[in-house]
Design a protein around this ligand. Sequence first.
Ligand SMILES: [Zn+2]
Length: 75
Amino acid sequence: MTDRSSTPPLRAVRIAANCPTCGKPGATGYRPFCSKRCADIDLGRWLKEGYRVPTDEGPGEEEPGSGRGPTGQES
Ligand SMILES: [Zn+2]
């Protein structure tokens, strides 16, 4: 009889979550960030990208149909 269950599989017990901003190990309280500063940096980056969401619709620089008729004639 062979007892194979006596050998536990080797695997990482802890999954290290590194700081997304600088790559350092996360600190307790700021995880996954290493510090509040890095958390703020990442948050700011998120907000910036949030403001610059690429959309197909522009802010309305051109107003279609204003001053121009369907025939393309301007008066
Ligand atoms: Zn960091």
